[in-house]
Design a protein around this ligand. Structure first.
Ligand code: APR
Ligand code: ZN
Ligand code: ZN
Length: 354
């Protein structure tokens, strides 16, 4: 599925996928979720390296591997991740590879039949029957999981669960508030529930979203279009505020709510992605007067090789209802329609199933 130019409708085209070079793999895609980031690529909001090969929340089967590939083999069922990290830089050596910028994504290029080079979205490009990636972008998981569910762990759902568990450090008995209950916020709710949080307070301006949030594990809901969410969260936590507040919208006003809705020693996790022009103003005294931590979560601060198989296993054991994130299965040529439904807030995730 190609995004040919800024704001032009996406379309299906024949592409040429070269054989994998050293440390690369060709993956036969089985499912790929439709994410906001794909829409941002199409709108030219990320960069202008058109044409893009969209799609990046994907799972499939390794078809062939190049020289030097040892971790995966043809026939393996894998979830794709955005970046093959280097393993050698300071971030990697300190155990924080999500901050690795020396990434080793596939260097060979996929092209259109006329030789035009394609830019794969987030180094993946999986709205396609096959895609070429770095072997380090492939994580083997239990093939008993449905591909549509597995693919979602490659991006938005991992970002939300990881924001709660990895970044927020949510643990047994904690109180958690999640502001914004789309796919990412709902995943943060499911992650908090899984981690044993005693209270999981869902905040949104849309009652439909709050109803879904309850099915993900929210114990309380607050419609912030009607009620002051800071007051409501304080009331629900004995006047203290939540131990962890997760902001999953990406706006200054919701970040402010998160800032004031936490316990004095609580943690704020920003996982919603702001735009470059957004600014935040806070009284410095209020920052001084509160301990705890202000954190942001990159890709759920995940380690794919640790987190993807673990979350798949928890799902297969019936402890993580990842299937609830799949709102509909669609065909490759329905991605444009799926963007519209996403824009109107009708779906958590549309997933292209191939
Ligand atoms: N207060 C509370 N909730 C809000 C507000 C607000 N002011 N504005 C929007 N929301 C809610 C919407 O009603 C919706 O339920 O936030 C949710 C956003 O969900 P989605 O649009 O489905 O986005 P999602 O995929 O969950 O991603 C959320 O995380 O990774 C980032 O780029 C992503 O910034 C985006 C954010
Ligand atoms: Zn590195
Ligand atoms: Zn995504």
């Amino acid at each position: 599925m190609i995004a040919p130019g800024k704001n032009e409708p996406v379309r299906v085209e024949t592409i040429v996928v070269p054989d994998p070079g050293p440390h690369e793999a060709v993956v036969r895609v089985q499912a790929c979720g439709v994410c906001h980031t794909d829409l941002h690529y199409k709108q030219g909001g990320i960069n202008d390296e058109f044409p893009f090969l969209l799609g990046h929340e994907a799972a499939g089967v390794v078809e062939s591997v190049g020289d030097g590939v040892t971790d995966v083999a043809p026939g393996d069922f894998v979830i794709l991740n955005w970046r093959a990290v280097c393993g050698k830089c300071r971030a990697c050596l300190r155990g924080r590879p999500w901050y690795c910028f020396d990434t080793h994504n596939a260097r060979q290029r996929m092209t259109l039949t006329d030789g035009t080079e394609l830019s794969p979205a987030l180094g993946i490009g999986a709205f396609a029957e096959k895609t070429l990636v770095a072997a380090g972008q492939c994580t083997k998981v239990d093939p008993a999981v449905s591909p549509a569910v597995a693919g979602l762990l490659g991006c938005g759902v991992m970002a939300g669960i990881g924001a709660a568990i990895n970044t927020g450090g949510v643990g047994r008995g904690d109180s958690v508030a999640v502001i914004g209950c789309g796919g990412v916020g709902d995943a943060a709710i499911a992650g908090s529930y899984l981690a044993g949080a005693a209270k999981v307070i869902a905040v949104d301006i849309d009652d439909r979203k709050l109803a879904t949030a309850r099915t993900m594990g929210a114990t309380h809901t607050v419609n912030s279009a009607e009620t002051d969410p800071v007051e409501a969260i304080r009331e629900l936590t004995g006047g203290f505020g939540a131990d962890v507040v997760i902001e999953a919208v990406g706006r200054p006003e919701t970040y402010k709510q998160a800032f004031y809705a936490r316990d004095l020693a609580g943690t704020v996790v920003l996982v919603g992605v702001p735009t470059p022009e957004m600014k935040l103003e806070l009284p410095l005294l209020d920052v001084f007067g509160r301990g705890g931590a202000l954190k942001s979560s990159w890709y759920g601060d995940c380690l794919p090789s640790r987190d993807f198989p673990m979350l798949v296993d928890l799902h297969l054991q019936g402890r993580l209802p990842l299937e609830k994130f799949v709102s509909e299965a669609i065909q490759l040529d329905e991605v444009e329609k799926a963007f519209e439904r996403m824009h109107h807030g009708d779906v958590l995730r549309s997933v292209v199933v191939l």
